[in-house]
Design a binder for this molecule. Sequence first.
Ligand code: ADP
Length: 500
Amino acid sequence: MNSTFSEPVDWSAAVAHSCTFKTSHFIHGEFTPSLSGKTFASVSPRDGRVLAHIAAGDTGDVDRAVLSARQTFESGVWSRRSPRERKRILFDWADLILSHREELGMLESLEVGKPISHATTNDVNGVVDALRWYAESLDKVYGEVAPIGEEALVTITSEPLGVIAAIVPWNYPMILAALKFAPAMAVGNSIVMKPAEQSSLSMLRIAELAVEAGIPAGTLNVVCGLGAEAGAALSQHMDVDKIVFTGSGPVGRLIQKYAAESNGKAVQIEAGGKSPHVVFEHAGPLDIVAERVAFSLCYNSGQTCSAGTRVLVARSRHEELIEQLRKACSAWIPQDPLDPLSTMGPIASELQLERVTGFIDRAIDSGSELVMGGKRVLLDSGGFYLEPTVFDNVQNHLEIAQEEIFGPVLCVIPFEGFDEGVRLANQTRYGLAASVWSDNLSEGIRASREIRAGMVWVNTYQRSDITFPFGGVKASGHGRDRSLHALAEYSSLKSTWLNL
Ligand code: ADP
């Protein structure tokens, strides 16, 4: 493998031509520096260079953003606007985002190292789809009338909660933000977004485009900054009605604690997983299975909460699967994310790379068999690139099989028989996603029922769509993104008794 980029890209010229870096908080429709004047450096994992210095928010900035969101909500400029008008404006916003596809994709590619071809398509499309889908729902979702009889008319209507706070991670900065702000704003809430410190730039630009599209200032505010400062202040705020979070388990639990200790705000948590592929004896062709496993491992450099990083395989198919995995994973080669042909970029930060290589080193020390990978590559670039890494004959209780790694690191664990396959699949504290591979219909259905996860795929992996819910059970969290069910996360039901 090369130690430098095959075709160096003049990224500074690319940035100058297509990107504007907005680096302050976005509060009440204006870019606003931190009250403290503090900033932090955003480093590109592509080459380790500092891209921008971003405002580091704390309690004072969060107070201003929440006040703006509250006043805007109470004024009714957005919350009481007719559903049809909200729909029209959300559509305009989606169109504007689409017309800035290259710029937004470039920001995301530079900040978190996502291949530019993925960022400008999947990630931007994900935002646009979410906005359009929830906008579409606005004049199609109705209230109810309770069956009380002659005595009264009892209506059940849905109302926005008020001020939502959303704390999101760096792995899919735009999509995960949109899966929160699109349903929240569609139903009339105001929202304060706290992007991860590794990925503020695309969110700031999307917020600016919201105002350009006609969303009233204050409906969508963005406070940048470190989790322990801006994130904690938002979670502890007394005037936030609900906090929605995607990120790590420990921080998810901290946010629940902050919510309980402050105003008892509602909480929705998605906190990752350690999702299994269960490959049964009756699985179809293993080249197809391996290709999908490799995709779920290497897409976004393995930094996906639903990445399928534990492969449980029937012993009779074990050797064949390992051979196929070798082939399929070798097709994923870390490259400069700004190369239009790149499909796998770097790990998103140096800290995360060190975390991942720490897991690899400890797995080797504990006797797991390294089949391939495990090494940093493209070192001369200054970036944080890692090869796809596969361990075989891993014991399911080991750290490498139990902890969410957030990198392209796979463990293969052989099993005997249906019951052991399902038992191992469930032997994890997580319950976000799983897949079952079998051409035996009843085996596939039985396993999909017995595995505890919010999402189970049968004979495929990582197919997602806005039309069905996504979220976890057990330590993976509670509540759901996507689908009409997500609207309920941002609304409360009101019963009104009209005496006749
Ligand atoms: P990851 O390990 O993927 O970075 P984190 O859970 O640490 O996941 O981060 C996800 C989001 O949570 C980020 O926006 C981060 O800034 C925020 N965050 C981190 N620590 C805290 C905290 N103590 N309180 C609130 N938010 C936090």
